[in-house]
Design a protein around this ligand. Structure first.
Ligand code: GDP
Ligand code: MN
Length: 610
């Protein structure tokens, strides 16, 4: 993704935010018209009618989810077939929508704005990738522009991922968040899961916003550890995008508008992600991008797939298309010279056809994933990939404070966004690259959603799967962690993956009943987290089994590190938030008050200056 070249263009300057790269509509329109005109001469154009919705009658999806993508890339067309619901049924829906729009306007032909109300027009023109200017200034030929006023999207200069599969980010997040802000619903970069208690036969649903490459897809496809699997199950509803609305019963409902997963290939392997491995196995229709590939056997290979490097290097090419055999021997099987790109991906459908019948391709797909209303949401999680400071989980009691927590999210940028690897920066609501409206309008709409949810408002919490031993090295003695450090299995303190069900369950249990907690300046954290008989209601035997399995991966004393609150680090965070929020003097007072509360809380724990 090329964030700097991605724009939102509206007629009114009201649409300008700090992060949406705003342009004036007409100027941007002339630019993309001149770039795209004639640029696909002699190429095949594919027209893909699609529906970004889980159901043709979903209250939000049916109104805002229809579109047609026009692309000159066969690769893009094939990916769209995995990632969205496409086909003649979508064209029929679009016809009906246009007809309805004509009736409501009383006109035989619709103008640009009115057509936009009926369906999204999304155009992807690749351009000449060999000669394209990539200067990152006005002379750059890559222009990825969303026009919310006419619900038109034109992307020129790429055929990859979010730059080109326009249903996903451009329509599903950028345009949808503009539509949502105007019409009092939400379009978020969030996964959606069900957490089912098999004993009670009851599911609760959770959405979570983690920045790109921070565990959304893996969490949604989670297989819970064996010792918990008789009792609990995580079901998949969505791994990247949630469209949400407040129902007439005040309940917040979420729906995944996509029909496939576009997951990070690296590290997808059986022991941590069995449901993903089966979803990408042969017969699934998966399309791989930027992985190692054998041009003869057509097998693929990427780092962290659980298999050693192939013995026979013949016919293997790396993600750049270069033969592995042509490399110096020392670089052929070396982690320093990867075969797959760090942002290599798989596109795999949620459902597949098998001998005339439709079956689940993602094996833990929730039975309600195509429910017409979506699913009721009990908790909203934010997370990131922080090596330090953020505990494994903390509950934020006041929902406006929870929203604030999501907006001030800071992340270590990953390979998904071009050139940003390793840098720490703000990513408000993980929507930093995807905002359609201005941040202020966006937050006002969220506050409105929270107010309308009244006493059914979901519980807000913050999770962090990615605490690292290397960040604790200078205080092992202080925190009594020397032995745990010696016993570590990897640099990650928390084994994560399936074990993440524990912190998510803790949030849900804390919502429904009382769990032992410690009140801290940054929220509630678990106390006696390993006492599963208490807060999870397991029998003594069951709880022992869970502890035994867990302690194979993480020692009991390491749990202290997972819930360590370091005052100094939080003071640093306060300063970072001060600087970040100074950009937003126009935010509603109700929102800024949350920052004041946060400041007061941190001041109570701040180490006094000696
Ligand atoms: P998404 O882009 O947010 O959907 O992130 P993914 O689920 O694709 O994961 C991004 C990367 O983080 C992959 O390499 C995963 O293997 C890895 N990952 C996911 N969950 C965990 C976890 O709990 N612990 C650790 N250490 N890595 C994880
Ligand atoms: Mn993902």
């Amino acid at each position: 993704r090329t964030v700097e070249r991605t724009f939102v263009a509206t007629n009114s300057i009201q649409g300008r935010g700090r992060l949406n790269n705003w342009l004036q509509h007409d100027e941007a329109w002339h630019k993309v018209r001149s770039l795209t005109q004639g640029a696909s001469e002699n190429k095949t154009l594919y027209a893909i009618p699609y529906m970004m919705s889980n159901h043709p009658e979903h209250p939000i999806g049916s109104k805002y989810g229809l579109g047609i993508e026009l692309t000159d890339s066969r690769y893009v067309a094939l990916n769209m077939l995995r990632m969205t619901r496409t086909g003649s049924f979508a064209l029929d829906l679009i016809h009906a929508s246009v007809k309805k729009q004509k009736e409501s306007c009383g006109l035989a032909t619709l103008n640009d704005v009115e057509i936009g109300k009926a369906f999204v027009r999304a155009v992807n023109i690749t351009g000449n990738l060999d000669t394209l200017s990539r200067t990152n200034d006005e002379t750059d030929d890559r222009w990825f522009v969303t026009f919310p006023d006419t619900r038109f999207i034109v992307h020129h200069g790429s055929a990859y991922g979010g730059n080109a599969l326009l249903g996903k980010i451009a329509h599903g997040l950028r345009l949808a968040s503009a539509d949502a802000q105007k019409n009092r619903w939400l379009a978020e970069q969030m996964m959606i899961i069900g957490v089912r208690d098999k004993l009670l036969d009851k599911s609760e649903y959770v959405v979570a916003a983690y920045p790109s490459a921070s565990g959304k897809t893996n969490t949604a496809a989670m297989a819970v550890p064996e010792s918990l699997s008789n009792r609990f199950e995580v079901t998949f509803l969505g791994d990247d995008i949630a469209w949400m609305y407040v129902g007439e019963d005040d309940q917040l409902y979420a729906m995944n508008p996509e029909a496939g997963c576009f997951g990070v290939a690296i590290d997808t392997r059986f022991d941590t992600a069995p449901n993903l491995v089966s979803a990408v196995s042969s017969g699934s229709g998966t399309i791989w991008t930027n992985v190692g590939f054998n041009t003869n056997t057509r097998r693929i290979w990427y780092e962290g797939n659980g298999e050693p490097f192939p013995d026979d290097l013949a016919d293997w090419i790396d993600y750049k298309g270069e033969a592995i055999e042509d490399r110096p021997v020392s670089q052929q099987r070396s982690g320093d010279f990867p075969w797959a790109h760090p942002n290599s991906r798989f596109a795999s459908p949620l459902k597949k056809f098998n001998q005339g019948s439709v079956e689940n391709n993602v094996s833990n797909l929730d039975p309600l994933c195509e429910h017409q209303s979506g699913v009721p949401i009990s908790a909203i999680l934010f997370g990131g990939r922080l090596p330090y400071r953020e505990p494994l989980v903390r509950i934020i009691d006041n929902s406006v404070d929870g929203l604030y927590d999501g907006f001030v999210l800071g992340v270590v940028k990953t390979a998904a966004a071009d050139g940003a690897d390793g840098k720490f920066g703000p990513d408000p609501m993980t929507m930093g690259a995807f905002f359609g409206p201005s941040e202020t309008d966006y937050i006002e709409n969220w506050l409105d959603v929270i107010h309308r949810s009244r006493d059914k408002v979901p519980t807000f919490a913050h999770v962090n799967y990615f605490l690292r031993w290397s960040a604790f090295e200078d205080q092992l003695e202080n925190l009594g962690l020397e032995e745990a450090y010696q016993q570590r299995k990897s640099d990650f303190i928390w084994p994560g993956y399936g074990w993440n069900i524990l912190e998510i369950l803790w949030v849900l249990r804390s919502r429904n009943s009382s769990t032992d907690f410690k009140a801290t300046a940054v929220g509630r954290i678990p106390e006696n987290f390993l006492s599963f008989e208490q807060w999870l209601g397991l029998s003594d035997d069951e709880a022992n089994e869970v502890r035994t399995e867990l302690h194979r991966d993480v020692s009991e004393s390491a749990v202290n590190a997972l819930f360590h609150i370091d005052p100094e680090a939080w003071v640093g965070e306060l300063e970072r938030r001060d600087r970040f929020l100074a950009n937003y003097p126009d935010m509603p007072d109700e929102f800024l008050d949350a920052h004041t509360r946060f400041r007061r809380n941190i001041e109570t724990i701040a180490p006094s200056e000696a």
